[in-house]
Design a protein around this ligand. Structure first.
Ligand code: ARG
Length: 468
């Protein structure tokens, strides 16, 4: 798609005007430099509109045949990168109409009967967004599948779980990855929910009040795969809440990817050393030869900022608008387009990166040991033997201090040493103090036990296979 040499042609609405717009105003008001992306959807909408006009007797057989042929050629040109746009024709709708009329003559001029660019653009954006949502769902699915594989492989790999970024209790790496998977599962649900409201037909609202032609909106809705029609013409051409909802769902997706990226960055620092990322996702430093920087997750974290910006942009765009259509709405496109590009790139690269995560299980394990991650298990053990929890907490705190002074793990303290903190401690304590004993004990739905991680993976695999 490229820009044609400007061959000054009067604007489609020029009849009422005594002078052409200035070059600066033309550039300022045109949307064709970015809304060309809507071309295939604009054509799809026009084909359905033309079929409807023919069905209700407004277009002749010959007109419909001409329009179909012309639009087919324009679509082929667009797909082959041959379609050229002209700034004089302001937006994608006028550009396609002009090309059509050039190709098929009068039939092209009849296509716009009973519609306006206002309901046309609202329809195009919804068709485009519906397609984008479907593509993004595929990418979320791929990311979730990648997480399931890694989670299954590391269902029993122990690491410290954190609160306040301080080692808290042992968890399995698989359980941690399944937490990420849950976030993405809800993101997919949100997009599916948003899609239901995107998938309504504005066409037929015309400029704002409807049209006096005997149109059949239900027919057009069915042709275009919409679930139904927008039931108020003023609302149909003016509100962009469906786009705002999408951006809100998108901002949450990026927020989730950003949090995951942040963890990858932390785990990759040599001080943690929990994981490594393949070189293809990292870069070096121009000055420090020893550096390997996790650029990809850092950038993903950073791109969350622009997504949030797009959401705020559309909320602000909408907030002061009186009914019905206002040109302000032309500003909905660039944020939407960039949001979808950013989400698609981020999800695709995340799905590619997850299988490449190299897990350093020994480092994870060592960190859990050094963090006295099984202290809670020792307290629970004492409680089960009858000690009130507050007293158990106190006894274990003293045991941790002793282990810290000795520079060893709780499990390395001798039975006699442990009994000094509570006579309730017996030989069976060692099964509790091990990392494996600790994670295995949390064996209920939602818990970190390896068997629960495997069961969770199986449940999600089942849902994904059933298309949920
Ligand atoms: N390019 C315009 C947009 O994106 C199309 C609708 C223009 N309608 C109008 N009445 N100026 O919103």
């Amino acid at each position: 798609m490229s820009q044609a040499e400007s061959s000054p042609s009067p604007a489609a609405w020029s009849g009422r005007f005594s002078e052409p717009v200035s070059e600066r105003v033309k550039r300022y008001t045109a949307s064709i430099p970015f809304d060309w992306r809507l071309a295939p959807f604009d054509i799809q909408g026009s084909l359905a509109h033309a079929a409807m006009l023919h069905k209700v007797g407004v277009l002749s057989d010959q007109d419909l045949a001409d329009i179909r042929r012309g639009l087919g050629e324009i679509l082929a040109d667009f797909e082959a990168g041959r379609f050229t746009w002209n700034l004089d024709d302001e937006d994608i709708h006028f550009n396609i109409e002009r090309a059509l009329t050039k190709q098929v003559g009068d039939a092209g001029k009849r296509l716009h009967t009973g519609r306006s660019r206002n309901d046309q653009v609202a329809t195009d954006v919804r068709l485009w967004l519906r397609d984008a949502i479907d593509r993004l769902q595929g990418l979320i699915r791929a990311a979730r599948l990648a997480l399931l594989d890694q989670a299954e492989a590391h269902a029993a790999t122990v690491m410290p779980g954190f609160t306040h970024l301080q080692a808290a209790q042992p968890v399995t790496f698989g359980h941690h990855l399944m937490a990420w998977q849950e976030m993405l599962a809800r993101d997919a649900e949100r997009l599916a929910d948003c899609r239901r409201r995107v998938n309504r037909l504005p066409l037929g609202a015309a400029a704002l009040a409807g049209t006096s032609y005997p149109i059949d909106r239900e027919f057009v809705a069915r042709e275009l795969g919409f679930d139904g029609v927008c039931e108020n013409s003023l609302d149909a051409v003016s509100d962009r809440d469906f786009a705002i909802e999408f951006l809100a769902a998108g901002a949450l997706i990026m927020t989730h990817l950003s949090r995951m990226s942040e963890e990858l960055v932390i785990w990759m620092t040599p001080r943690f050393g929990f994981i490594d990322l393949p070189d293809r996702f990292c870069t070096g430093s121009s000055i420090m030869p020893q550096k390997k920087n996790p650029d990809v997750p850092e950038l993903m974290r950073g791109k969350t900022g622009r997504m949030n910006g797009h959401l705020i942009a559309l909320l602000t765009l909408m907030k002061g608008q009186p009914l019905a259509y206002n040109k302000d709405n032309q500003e909905d496109k660039e944020p939407l387009f960039d949001a979808v590009d950013t989400l698609a790139d981020s999800l695709a690269i995340f799905a590619e990166m997850v299988p490449g995560i190299l897990v350093r299980a020994e480092r994870m394990r060592q960190a859990a040991v050094e963090g006295f991650a099984t202290a809670t298990d020792l307290a629970d053990y004492l409680v089960k033997k009858g000690l009130p929890f507050r007293e158990a907490h106190e006894a274990v705190a003293r045991a941790v201090r002793a282990a810290e002074l000795k520079g060893c793990d709780l499990a390395d303290l001798a039975l006699e040493e442990l009994r000094a903190f509570s006579p309730l401690v017996a030989e069976d304590i060692y099964a509790v103090l091990t990392l494996e004993g600790s994670v295995q004990a949390r064996n209920h739905i939602g818990g970190t036990a390896p068997d629960q991680v495997r069961a969770a993976v199986a449940r999600v695999r089942g849902r994904l296979a059933a298309g949920r």
